[in-house]
Ligand binder design. Structure first.
Ligand code: ADP
Ligand SMILES: Cc1cn([C@H]2C[C@H](O)[C@@H](COP(=O)(O)O)O2)c(=O)[nH]c1=O
Ligand code: ZN
Length: 203
């Protein structure tokens, strides 16, 4: 488990910020981990701002919802630059679905951290074809802390780090859940549609 660096309450001109990146496949717990860290920052009575790309309206316009139904309210923004003015008064800035943001998201995170804010940003590191997604590689490079979380392969039960697409679309952006994606390990990802899913085992 990630142990948060302590944030002392220095005067604003002495504050040092940083970037924490949470990455992994779908169903790996990125959103749960983001919500956990943001809730703890709120318990510490820090001013927390939470943002997501307005493109992602899967469950709710404003809420960020994990696959396990943890919820936190966020501000949907059309692009990364829109975060800066909205985060002005924040001590901690949370950002979900980083892979959908434009390339300015890297500068935005750097500016926020340079301004003394703790930035916690979560996103898919690979798309459905196993290629690095959007600005995630750049974010990994500039973040002080990178946490890679893993799902469970629904085919064989091993650790999964791929998001396998179950529908034929080749579009990079295709919003969806278990209807269109499943978590798979390296071996089962490459087995494709013929992967033999294990049966449920009754105790
Ligand atoms: N294949 C899977 N592996 C692990 N967790 C899964 C899987 N399928 C569904 N889940 C659920 O998804 C939750 C994680 O959801 P979430 O934080 O939204 O993940 P992410 O943001 O990485 O997609 C887990 O706690 C678990 O309840
Ligand atoms: C792999 C992959 C995923 N997506 C979409 C599917 C979901 O709507 C989000 C990821 O959500 P999560 O919080 O990580 O579960 O991204 C996509 O558009 N393209 C892809 O290749
Ligand atoms: Zn597997």
């Amino acid at each position: 488990m990630f142990i948060e660096p302590t944030r002392r309450r220095e005067p604003p001109h002495l504050r040092v910020g940083w970037i924490e990146l949470i990455c992994g496949s779908m169903f790996s717990g990125k959103t749960e981990e983001l919500i956990r860290r943001l809730n703890r920052a709120r318990i510490a009575k820090l001013n927390v701002g939470i943002f997501k790309p307005s493109l992602d309206t899967r469950y709710h316009d404003q809420n960020i919802v994990s696959h396990n139904s943890s919820v936190i309210t966020s501000i949907p923004v059309p692009d990364a630059a829109s975060i800066l003015p909205l985060a002005h008064a924040c001590d901690v800035v949370g950002i979900d679905e980083a892979q959908f943001f434009d390339s300015a998201v890297v500068d935005v995170c750097n500016q926020l951290a340079n301004d003394g804010k703790r930035v916690i940003i979560a996103g898919l590191d690979m798309d459905f074809s196993g290629k690095p997604f959007g600005c995630m590689p750049q974010l990994m490079a500039v973040a002080e802390f990178v946490t890679k979380v893993h799902a469970i392969c629904v085919v064989c039960g091993d650790i999964a780090h791929y998001s396998y697409r179950l529908v034929p679309s080749q579009e990079r952006v295709l919003l969806g859940e278990t209807d269109s994606y499943e978590a798979r390990c390296r071996r089962c990802f490459h087995l494709g549609p013929d992967a033999p899913h294990r049966e449920w085992v009754q105790e």
